[in-house]
Ligand binder design. Structure first.
Ligand code: FEO
Length: 400
């Protein structure tokens, strides 16, 4: 049975949810599931904005046929060609042979890469700022290259002031019938997933997100319709401000994330001693992760969230303990920058991890390092307490 929701008088959400998928992109755990959004505009011409992932394909097809109610689909706008949104194009081409596909110069070669479709005479190529009339509605195309793929564009419906924003402003999380931001407690229930989604999927492309935010600021937007997560129809400034903060790599929280790896509990003990001293000194915002038990996407999310990072790990095979090395590589790949960082190493005969972790931090942009090869030898002892106290003092002074 179909389901859909009305967004405006003429626009319908016809997407769906996947609560079975363990790993988004076969990489990111999504305990709360994910939604794949698609929107259908019922104007003089019918226009669908993006399709969905194959996992919900049958539901999606049922939804759009129900809204079309016997009409044919005239146009499909492709804002993004990643397979979680484009997997039903071929099915729609078969079901609606007169349908035309609207995309940009980078869209169509990508369709050819993924699918074997004869689209001769069925394509409409649009450029930045061009418009298309579906009757009552005028659609205006805004290119958004590398947010986070090269062919990404957004479509703005000038008539109802709706921005179809592709992956931007999206989030992990399946929707519970309530698809609008004013039907949910976003800050309580969604913000962590939204941050983890943004920072891991789009985080590297802050400059490109800033470019799009500048273009968006020239538009009068009343609705934001992303490809994942809730539709925004109020309090847009809240979401835009979050995106501005994340894409400029500014911390949301003046506080510290302590990310440690510990083989037998000795490195863990050192950061527990440090955390207690920080708390004694009045630091309240302290988040601690055992990184062997925390997915790296959560570590990246909190690296964007907190102003200060304490990273602690033992030496392993003469280098950095593997999960810490992986996290540091991901930080660099996702352009984490502008944080104040302290590093604690450990090693029983040739402690190397602190130096090597500091070297990796130094390769990132605008990082401030508070340590210089602070290495515990097997376990923290009283002889190193003055060194630890000096580090606590530096952290406290910088955080508070
Ligand atoms: Fe949700 Fe870039 O795909």
């Amino acid at each position: 049975m179909y389901y859909f929701r009305k967004v405006t008088d003429d626009l319908y959400w016809v997407g769906g949810n996947d609560r079975r998928l363990e790993l988004f992109e076969n990489l990111f755990p999504i305990p709360n599931g994910v939604s794949y959004n698609s929107y259908l505009l019922m104007d003089e011409k019918t226009v669908l904005f993006d399709t969905v992932d194959t996992s919900i394909g049958r539901q999606f097809l049922e939804n759009i046929e129900a809204v079309l109610d016997g009409r044919s689909l005239d146009y499909l706008v492709i804002n993004h060609m990643e397979p979680d949104h484009c997997s039903l194009i071929d099915e729609l081409v078969i079901r609606h042979p007169d349908m035309k596909i609207i995309g940009n110069a980078k869209t169509f070669p990508m369709i050819g890469q993924f699918y074997d479709l004869d689209l001769e005479g069925k394509t409409v190529t649009v450029k930045e700022g061009e418009t298309f009339s579906s009757g009552k509605h005028t659609l205006h195309f805004v290119m958004a290259p590398m947010v986070h793929w090269p062919e990404v564009m957004m479509t703005y419906d000038e008539t109802d002031k709706v921005l179809f924003s592709a992956d931007a402003f999206g989030t992990f999380g399946a929707m519970n019938g309530t698809i609008f931001n004013d039907e949910i407690d976003f800050d309580r229930d969604w913000l962590d997933d939204a941050r983890r989604y943004y920072t891991n999927i789009v985080g590297k492309y802050g400059v490109q997100v800033q470019n799009v935010l500048k273009k968006a600021s020239a538009l009068d937007i009343q609705y934001i319709c992303p490809l994942h997560g809730p539709v925004w129809r109020s309090n847009l400034a809240y979401l835009l401000e979050k995106y501005n903060t994340w894409s400029t790599y500014k911390p949301e929280m003046q506080g510290v994330m302590i990310a440690y790896a510990s083989m037998y509990g000795n490195t863990e003990n050192a950061v527990n001693v440090l955390a207690v001293k920080l708390a004694d000194a009045g630091v309240k915002e302290i988040k601690m992760h055992d990184i062997s038990r925390t997915h790296v996407s959560q570590l990246i999310s909190d690296s964007f969230k907190y102003s200060h990072l304490v990273l602690a790990a033992p030496t392993y095979n003469g280098g950095i303990y593997p999960v810490m090395a992986n996290y540091l590589d991901d930080m660099k790949a996702l352009s984490v920058q502008g944080r104040t960082v302290a590093v604690l190493g450990n090693g029983s005969w040739a402690p190397m991890s602190a130096k090597q972790m500091e070297a990796k931090i130094s390769e990132m942009k605008n990082m401030t390092l508070l340590t210089d090869n602070f290495a515990v030898k097997s376990a923290l002892k009283g002889t190193q307490m003055s060194e630890l106290d000096a580090l606590v003092e530096k952290l406290v002074e910088s955080i508070l």
